[in-house]
Design a protein around this ligand. Structure first.
Ligand code: SAM
Length: 277
């Protein structure tokens, strides 16, 4: 379960403003596994509403979708009823640091935008992250592929135009993400060899709706980014009235453009590619 986001409440809106960014990269990484793609058994760790599972089912043999939140799993199971009936995907209500699989049972693991939801302590070396990667090392076959979809500190600082409206919440979110060099160190510690680092440079998690200047005024739009769960009511009111003021002055589009200037160069997400030694 997320340590700060109410996904039971949000599961209904999640898919409306959220896209599975980077799936072509993840498929490319899995294509480097020792077994052919269409015979791979892949874990979707923290599968949410199953958007990444859905995209990957076009390529891999079978998916094990694991999530702690029943609301998210229910949306995923409804969406993927066809492949489920064909025996190509199973849904497991479980924690990603206590997986319901035997040792060396899986050919691939993907974890997409989940790690920052763990209740963790940066000052102690991210022990909750460590428990997850130790568990991944247990269930992944030697040579099996791991992809970690996360955000760099730079992407979190400059890759989302609306974060400037809510700076305290953006800082709080950024502090929840392990910096890439620390994440890579953890991967090394648990026996994963680094094989690459990729950025889907043009993609935005909220697709075209990301660019809507009045987007933050709409609760459904805000539900597409968990940063808004970290905003106090007072800060939210201030952010929304700033948008309204900029809009009245005819300055809103310019504000968005100015605050989105770096994103086309740095992207919003980074995908780490590693394999089990
Ligand atoms: C931001 S959503 C990402 C969902 C999906 N991977 C995607 O990118 O569309 C984070 C998901 O991780 C799940 N989650 C967080 N911590 C978890 C844990 N310790 N074990 C299992 N699932 C967890 C949440 O319930 C939520 O569905």
């Amino acid at each position: 379960m997320s340590s700060y986001e109410n996904y039971t409440q949000k599961s209904g809106n999640y898919d409306k403003t959220r896209e599975p960014v980077g799936t072509e990269i993840i498929v490319g990484c899995f294509a480097h596994a020792p077994v052919p793609l269409d015979r791979m058994r892949v874990l979707d760790a923290g599968s949410g509403t199953g958007s990444y599972s859905q995209a990957l089912l076009a390529y891999v043999g079978r998916i094990e979708a694991v999530d702690l939140n029943p609301g998210m799993l229910e949306v995923a199971a409804r969406k993927l009823a066809g492949p489920r009936n064909e025996g190509r995907i199973s849904f497991h209500p479980a924690r990603i640091d206590e997986l319901p699989f035997e040792d060396a049972a899986l050919d691939g693991i993907m974890i997409n935008q989940v790690l920052h939801h763990l209740p963790d302590e940066a000052s102690k070396g991210f022990p909750a992250h460590r428990r997850v990667f130790r568990e991944f090392a247990r269930v992944l076959k030697p040579g099996g592929v791991l992809t970690v979809n996360t955000c760099s500190q730079e992407q979190l600082r400059h890759g989302y135009w609306h974060y400037g409206l809510i700076p305290e919440a953006a800082d709080a979110l950024r502090n929840r993400y392990a910096p890439l060099d620390e994440l890579i160190e953890i991967l090394d510690d648990y026996g994963f060899s680094r094989r690459g680092r990729f950025v889907p440079i043009d993609a935005t998690f909220q697709g075209e709706s990301y660019f809507a200047p009045r987007g933050p005024l709409d609760k459904e739009w805000r539900d597409g980014d968990s940063v808004w769960s970290l905003v106090t009511e007072d800060r939210l009111d201030r952010a929304l009235s700033l948008i309204q003021k900029l809009d009245e002055r005819g300055e809103l589009e310019a504000y968005v453009a100015r605050n989105d200037a770096w994103r086309p160069h740095i992207g919003q997400a980074t995908i780490l590619f590693a394999s089990r030694e």
